[in-house]
Design a protein around this ligand. Structure first.
Ligand code: G4P
Length: 522
């Protein structure tokens, strides 16, 4: 194996998908503790609340108590190099959150076992599903009373449409939590609220020694019955199905009590894929171990500090090795550029990176050269990675220039920010007004800020609220179909779509025009 192959095969790059409060920060922190990157629990959480925020990179980030360093966290564990990409929730949710999922090889889905599948998990899951990447599920907060394990598995299968395989099974829950029956490793992990969880081996019948106190517990027999049931009636563990994203291994545990997290991490490392090949637009495939360096920009973070106009472009390396100072070609305009100002993200701080390989994420300081979706490469072979998908926006605003005399900078700003992928733009059919669409409120705030700071254009934004965007085949369109409850607009490529006021309005429309086919992007 070449040095590059060895290095690439060590990489495991994933994102955690979850609904806010399910425990993403807590589990991330436990993983960083295992990786020896942070020594104390509370470091990442502290950063989230602003206590440890040291970066002055982005005003909005600072205000919100997150920092660019937490966008990508890298650490070593048991001979592997792990990259965790953050997928912000709450008000920080944006198209970037979705695009981040284009840059990972697998995903970890954290679910609150009392709540089950929540809306944000579902949205993020759908993108992982579309990509066909492996998804590993952690059902969290077992130390609290939650829903029945069987019920949770059924919900994952029904709502998300993915098969499940329980890798372990809870022995009680909440105050009655005794431990985990580790189906995969054939052992029992005993739960001790103060930590120091111990293990018991299972005999060939899947039982524990009869003199163990747990054996006398009524909970034990219940667990054996349930495990037998899921093993006989449930799915089989299939590595192929995990790899294609058709089956998710499910782990129960408690991130806060650090119970089941290490076993989860170990199993994850056993099954999760090393960096996978990426397709180009002409259907050829770039292998991660190719000598040629290549990557694509999946996120651009603008600096909100007016004294520092620079931005940071996040690049997923798809093949070869990055070396600081190397020359690459920017595919879009065939320009050659030197990558001298780069950064890599460690869990503790931003560091200048000297080398990185396929699977890693690097941040490139950018003065406006990059756009989301850009391909960069070395070598003579010209290629472009597959187009990043456009996501269906859910929030809309009407936007106009505050100062009518400054139309030129207003138009220029909008065009460029839309092209960069910061926001989506639509035009009203009837009035040709500008309408902006986003998946999260933060995108509008960033848009407004950047219009003012980078284009000297004050904008007025009038909220239109949540809408359901559905595209319609131009052949089927009759402009009279539009109404105040389904606004007719066109996208950047002049494709027509309706913005429905709510689900009721869409259903009503479909009943009235049963032959009209409406589509969402994702
Ligand atoms: P997030 O990043 O997904 O938004 O979730 P986060 O880890 O911040 O966890 C949300 C809340 O759930 C936190 O409580 C956290 O302590 C708690 N939590 C996470 N994992 C577990 C678990 O396994 N068991 C229990 N019982 N609670 C868990 P909080 O009160 O909002 O924050 P804090 O005041 O404890 O920091």
């Amino acid at each position: 194996m070449t040095e590059l192959e060895t290095a690439v095969n060590k990489r495991r790059t994933f994102a955690i998908i979850s609904h806010p409060d399910a425990g993403k920060t807590t589990i991330t922190e436990q993983m960083l503790l295992f990786g020896g990157v942070v020594r104390e629990a509370g470091t990442v959480k502290g950063r989230k609340t602003g206590k440890f925020a040291t970066s002055d990179w982005m005003e909005i980030e600072k205000k919100r108590g997150i920092s660019v360093t937490s966008s990508v966290m890298q650490f070593d564990y048991e001979g592997k190099r792990i990259n965790i990409l953050d997928t912000p929730g709450h008000e920080d949710f944006s198209e970037d959150t979705y695009r981040t999922l284009m840059a990972v090889d697998s995903a970890v889905m954290v679910i609150d076992s009392a709540k089950g599948i929540e809306p944000q998990t579902k949205k993020l899951f759908q993108i992982c599903k579309m990509r066909g990447i492996p998804i590993f599920t952690f059902l969290n907060k077992l130390d609290r009373d939650g829903r029945e394990p069987l019920d949770l598995l059924a919900e994952i299968e029904d709502v998300l449409g993915i098969e499940t395989y329980p890798m372990n099974w809870p022995i009680g829950m909440g105050k009655g939590l005794k431990g985990l029956y580790d189906i995969y490793n054939k052992r029992v992990a005993l739960y001790k609220p103060q930590g120091n969880h111990a293990y018991l081996d299972l005999d060939e019948n899947g039982d524990i020694a009869s003199d163990e106190p747990l054996h006398q517990d009524s909970q034990w027999q219940d667990t054996l019955d349930e495990v037998e049931l899921v093993q006989s009636a449930g799915n089989e563990l299939s590595e192929d199905k995990i790899m294609s994203g058709d089956l998710t291994p499910v782990f129960f545990g408690s991130a806060l009590a650090n119970f089941g997290v290490e076993t989860f991490l170990q199993s994850y490392m056993q099954f999760a894929p090393a960096p996978t090949p990426h397709k180009t637009r002409d259907e050829s495939v770039i292998k991660p171990t190719d000598d040629v360096f290549s990557g694509f920009v999946f996120k651009i973070q603008a600096n909100m500090n007016p004294n520092h106009r620079d931005r940071i472009a996040f690049v997923r390396i798809c093949s070869g090795e990055f070396k600081r100072g190397m020359d690459v070609t920017l595919e879009r305009d065939q320009k050659s550029m030197r990558l001298s100002n780069s950064t890599q993200f460690m869990a503790e701080e931003r560091e200048n990176v000297e080398t990185a390989v396929a699977g890693d994420i690097i941040g490139l300081y950018d003065t406006g050269n990059f756009q989301i979706g850009d391909t960069i490469y070395t070598g003579k072979n010209d290629f472009q990675f597959e187009k990043l998908p456009q996501f269906t926006p859910e929030l809309f605003v009407h936007v106009t220039a505050k100062n009518v005399m400054k139309q030129k900078s207003f138009h220029k700003g909008i065009q460029q920010l839309v092209q960069e992928g910061a926001i989506q733009m639509f035009r009203s059919y009837s009035s040709n007004d500008y309408i902006l669409g986003a998946v999260g409120q933060l995108q509008f705030e960033v848009f407004q800020f950047r219009m003012q700071n980078e284009y000297n254009s004050d904008v007025l934004m009038e909220t239109m609220g949540n809408k359901i965007a559905r595209w319609i085949d131009p052949e089927q369109l009759d402009e009279r179909m539009a109404s105040s409850r389904n606004l007719l607009v066109k996208d950047r490529e002049d494709q027509p779509l309706f913005l429905f006021e709510n689900q009721f309005a869409e259903n009503w429309f479909q009943q009235k025009y049963p032959d009209v086919k409406l589509t969402s992007r994702l």
